[in-house]
Design a binder for this molecule. Sequence first.
Ligand code: ACO
Length: 428
Amino acid sequence: MSDDKERTVELHYEGGVLKLPVFTGTEGESTIELKTLLGSTGMTTLDPGFGNTASCSSKITYIDGAAGILRYRGYPIEDLAVHSTFLETAYLVIYGELPDPGKLKEFSDKLRDNADIPADMGTLIDAMPRNGHPMALISSAVNTLAAYYEDSADPEDEDQVELATIRLMAKLPTIAARIYRNSIGESPIAPDDSLDYVDNFIRMTFGDKAPTGDLGDLFNKAVGMLLVLHADHELNCSTATVRVVGSSKADIFASVASGINALSGPSHGGANQAVLEMLEEIRDSGISIEDFLEKVKAREMRLMGFGHRVYKNFDPRSKEIKVLASQILDQHDSPDELFALALKLEAAALQDSYFTERKLYPNVDFYTGVIYRTMGFPTNMFTVLFALGRLPGWIAHYREQLHDPAFRIARPRQHYIGSTERRYPGQG
Ligand code: ACO
């Protein structure tokens, strides 16, 4: 945030005129600081969904929704998707710079050394409902990390926050893979420290059924790229949740577990599962694409995987993912019917004035489900893969907030529209 207080805007209200400072960021919208608003005018702002509200200053991710731009720490997502591994991107998002080979090795070695989970935590995970939704199960498991690792749960201690960062990054794939294997009645597979981060996750998930050779390389590349594309997205619902929970000085495990819960909703990360279910429903019901879109326009349902609070143009991640989907599906002899359906649905929606006038374009979730399904992930694991990718972003925001000089507990105000004072029945 620039401290150039030269620029101001004036708010004219019944009681007078209030001058409010305007801050200029390095890019993007300017910001009017409202700190003095309530004290000076006795009024608050009402901004449902926080669509016009910057709740903090941040150096992590820049989005220009109108131009379809997404950058982590200044690097365009298109470059990171092609040139960076997930661990390099995670390091960049969390620590602010791309790692040199030495730092990358050190980071990767620490993750390998911490990938195991305590034996009784494994028992606890195994005792959870095996058919329960994996998002509920991983958030519960992540929550318990604070109890297993009390020595890294103090937000006031930088070394503890760093240790918790490593533990979260190292253990989430192990937790996710174990929950998946429980759901299919297979025994867990321990982390293999000879494998890289992504290969290890694929191996812990699919075991001997994991593809090998060229197909294995393609799967590794695809999962790695999808994780890179999901690594951060500034103040989205789950990241804002992590910040809000962290603002109470709750530990990072509790804050990230809350982020996982926020991500599970179908308006957010749960959309990748909802897209696939929508495509299956269209296929199974035999409804035409035209009739389906009519139902969407009549507000009987939403076109899942379309629309975004910030992007009013193509989501740059969806372009990369569409290319990846073609590469993965090309490996199969017969064309994938759901991918073909998704392509037709996208084309029809983009020619329809309902969607173009509202600037509704495919978002990150529109094609990811088709890719994950082809790889053999069950539908209810799709959002878990999103969580694995988003973890560095949640961690980076939690850590950035701890060092923000403007740090305050998050505590919005309300516009009260309930009853005025009433007498308790029988009290006169
Ligand atoms: N299908 C049909 N109409 C839509 C859709 C959609 N997917 N998305 C928005 N609209 C319409 C709204 O009905 C509204 O129309 P109106 O002005 O005539 O009332 C207009 O477009 C603006 O929509 P809002 O709901 O105000 O947009 P908002 O920014 O609040 O919501 C959201 C964004 C939640 C992503 C929404 O577009 C949506 O529900 N999309 C489907 C779910 C989805 O794909 N979520 C994943 C988002 S990406 C992510 O979180 C990773």
